[in-house]
Design a protein. Structure first.
Length: 134
């Protein structure tokens, strides 16, 4: 969604710079989003606004911000925040950047680990059953 303007090297989102987007109301920013994200922001407007206010208070008190709401759409007021997003097991710290605008928080906190295969265990193969285990 975000693209780089080659001449000035500033991040643009739908033709607007980040400073312009931060001045916009959340509902006005929603008009720049795709249909699914726009409907989500407009339906959950109160949730998004209360989360932003609550997180700004916590950041002012130097506390960490944590949430289980993985389907919340990232809005310009969140840029620069470090949010702990729950992945089902623990909270993954996510630093919100301007490239993440319009995406959902859950996209940046993966729920599955990368598979790291080790050696085969006892009984895993037919040849290992023939070996004596001491």
């Amino acid at each position: 969604m975000a693209r780089i303007n080659v001449s000035s090297k500033t991040r643009l989102f739908r033709g607007k710079e980040l400073e312009e987007l931060k001045k916009l109301d959340t509902r006005e920013f929603a008009k720049l989003l795709t249909a699914r994200e726009r409907r989500s922001v407009m339906r959950n407007f109160g949730v998004v606004e209360s989360f932003i206010q609550r997180s700004q208070k916590k950041i002012a008190n130097k506390k960490s911000v944590k949430t289980h709401d993985r389907e919340m759409v990232i809005v310009p007021a969140m840029v620069g925040m470090k949010i702990g997003v729950h992945n089902g097991n623990n909270f993954v710290p996510v630093l919100i950047t301007s490239e993440m605008l319009g995406h959902r928080l859950g996209e940046f906190a993966l729920t599955r680990k990368v598979v790291k295969h080790g050696a085969a265990g006892v009984g895993a193969t037919k040849s290992s059953s023939a070996l004596s285990v001491k």
